[in-house]
Every structure is written in C-alpha cells, then in structure tokens.
Design a binder for this molecule. Sequence first.
Ligand code: NAP
Length: 345
Amino acid sequence: MPLPTTNHQIRLAARPVGLPQASDWSHTTAPVTEPVEGGLLIKTLALSIDPAMRGWMNEGKSYIAPVGIGEVMRAGGVGQVIASRHPDYAVGDMVSAGLGVQEYLALAPSDIARSGLTKIDLRMGSLSQWLNVLGMPGMTGYFGLMDVGQPRAGETLVVSGAAGAVGQTVGQVAKIKGCRVVGIAGGQAKCDWVVQELGFDACIDYKASPSAVREGLKTHCPKGVDIYFDNVGGDILDTVLTRINRKARIVICGAISQYNNTTPVKGPANYLSLLVNRARMEGIVVFDYADRYAVGVAEMAGYLREGRMKSKEDIVIGLDQFPTTLLKLFQGENFGKLVLQVAEA
Ligand code: NAP
C-alpha cells in the first residue's frame, strides 16, 4: 500500500493565560516521510487527552520540558506501524508512544527510547483501555496508590476525581486491596457510577453544596481517612486534611482545580494537620515507574480478565476536535478517561 502523503498536525501557537483558547493552537500540515534505516512510521489511532497537557503549555521548570511554541503538541497515544525499517517492529504492530497531536509520527532510531515506544497486546485490553487502565493513567493510579498510598486492608481511602481516568483505577485497586473506598466527584451520575458499577462504598458529589465534602467525609468516613489520593488540590484537599488519621498518607497526584489559575496556586491552609497526625504528603510522577509498567499492566489486565475491574472511556472523534476536547477536562465534561480517536485501525 502506498504511504499517505499528508500529516495533519496541531501545534502550540501561544502560551495560554487561564483556559486555553482556539488562538493558542495552529492547525498545520507536513509531508509524511518514509522511515530512515532503523526507524518506523506510526499511524495515530487514538490520543490520550490529559490534564497535564495544560502544564506542558506553560513556560518554566517542571518534571518535563514545556512544549515549545510552534512545536506539535505533546500527547501520548496508541497507533499502528505502517512502515518499518526496524528489526523488532513489523507493519501492523500496535504500539503506544508519545505520538503528538498529529496523524503520523516518523520515529528515527535516536528518538525511539525517548518516545516510550512499546508494543501493545489487544488481547489484554482494547485500544482505549491501553490509554486508560493499562496506560499512563492506570499506571499513575496503581503505582501512586501502592508505592505512596501503601493501602492496608480495613483502611479508609478517599479519592478525588473519582470517575476520571486515574480515580477509577485508584478506587478499584484499593477495593481489591481491602480498603473502604470513598470517592469525590462532580455530579450525581458520576457518583452513582463509581458506587453502583465500580463498587466504591460511597461517593460525595462535591458540587451538591458548599459543605458537601465536609459533611460527606463525616458521614462516609466514620473512622477518619488513612489515605487521600488527591487529583484535584484546592479546597477539597484542604477539607480532607481536617479528617485524616494518625500516619495518614496523602498522595499528591494532581491539582486540576489549579491548572488554569491566573493567580498563584492555592496551597493547603490546613497543612498543620500533617504535623498533628504525624502524616505525610508525597508527590508522584508516573514516568518514574516506567521500568515497572509491565508489572502494573499485568496486574490490571488480570483484574480486567477476571471481571474484578471495569473501565470507562469517553471518546471524541477527530484530530481537529483536540482544542475543544482538552477543555472538557477542566469543566468536568468528560465521564471516564478522555480519548481522542484520530483514525480507525
Ligand atoms: P480525569 O479525572 O479523567 O479528568 C479530569 C477531572 O477532573 C474532570 O472530569 C473533573 O471531574 C475533575 N475536575 C476538573 N476541574 C475540577 C475542579 N475545579 N475541582 C475538582 N475537580 C475538578 O483526569 P485524569 O487524567 O484522571 O487526571 C486526574 C489528575 O491526575 C489530574 O490532576 C492530573 O494532572 C493528574 N495526573 C498526574 C499524573 C502524575 O504522574 N502525577 C499522571 C496522570 C494524571 P468532576 O466532574 O468529578 O469534577
């Protein structure tokens, strides 16, 4: 089959202030190039749309360099090898890699390690599950919970962003490990889903009233909170801090409530609760666990196979939908892992 000729791409045009605008992006085209010796050409099938993308658009020091102005927007994704001059990859192989918001990625040998290129096995899970529970968010939830949260049977775990990508993995793994699991999510539909479908013990709709989190924690965590897996930061983190137990572990995974701030990030006023309770708060970055992903994937795939774990993805179709799709995360409009489908396999 002849190779396609045109690669549609979305590039960062400007650094946003607050929520990203249409003018922060440019839609460009480039020729599709044949792979060089030792390289391969990947067709993007689906992209992972992540809250972290907002941080990558900012100037300044972080755990990863910012996306440069004029560069193709960074994105993890799953795709299919459509041309290969690499001995270990054949045409038709399904892979996951840092593909970028574009239809095709030509990987030179020198870029392969940095791209995180990995073969994926669709018998273990669907393409979209490879962006969810078997992919980066799943590994974040699993390793963040196991390494930093250190769950013990009988303990109470609270997770915010409960119906999202990371949250759904955290809550379900914590249940499997024997914890009482209380989610925090926006809206009754998300709360019903995590309780009725995923088996959480309770879920607090933080949008129900200004005191919903405080009252919900009192009702649903009668023995206090041993682990708080924080995906949102801000007021919810501050409120959970008032309910923690001695030696509690607070996993700082993300703070989506703060990512579009035009004022400084709001820190937790109640942090002295850590002192009183001899508790700790620790950040995690999923990429630190890259050499153990295979272990996490095998465990998650086992739970899926045994029917002990479910996953939900929210799929939007079309590369051009990227700018508006990203915004869904910050308005809580995604229900499950947000995926942008770019092409059919
Ligand atoms: P997600 O939960 O699937 O989607 C984001 C969700 O955040 C929204 O659906 C919304 O759910 C909630 N949200 C948005 N604005 C909020 C606000 N102001 N207050 C409270 N909740 C708000 O996203 P995800 O991919 O699983 O990521 C969850 C968190 O983990 C993010 O903070 C992300 O940056 C972080 N993360 C960290 C790592 C790492 O290595 N440290 C890796 C992956 C992800 P509701 O409808 O429930 O409000």
